[in-house]
Design a binder for this molecule. Structure first.
Ligand SMILES: [Zn+2]
Length: 98
């Protein structure tokens, strides 16, 4: 079944509607960026991109892959992994400091 824009703008993790951020224009579509504002969500502050064709349809995506690695300008998969590692390091340091 096709995804509606209303569904696509919901956070893939917590299902809450994301806050609309940047909108980019393509030749026959728009790319909407949404950011999760649910502080309890693992994706808090994380964005995802929704492509919406000019006729209002949302192209089918390969569900799992795109959801695990949202396409955010400036946030590559490499950077995301790096920041995850940094978080783990900080946590380790915090534990030792106690
Ligand atoms: Zn969320």
């Amino acid at each position: 079944m096709a995804v509606t824009f209303d569904q696509a703008k919901r956070c893939p993790k917590c299902d809450n509607p994301g806050e609309q951020d940047v909108v980019r224009n393509g030749p026959d579509y728009k790319l909407y960026t949404f950011i999760c504002r649910n502080e309890a969500c693992a994706w808090f502050g994380t964005g995802w991109v929704v492509q919406r064709m000019d006729d209002g349809t949302i192209p089918e995506r390969e569900p799992s892959r795109e959801k695990s690695f949202p396409a955010i300008p400036g946030m590559t998969q490499e950077k995301a992994i790096k920041s995850l590692k940094q978080t783990a390091k900080d946590e380790e340091r915090g534990l030792r400091g106690r």
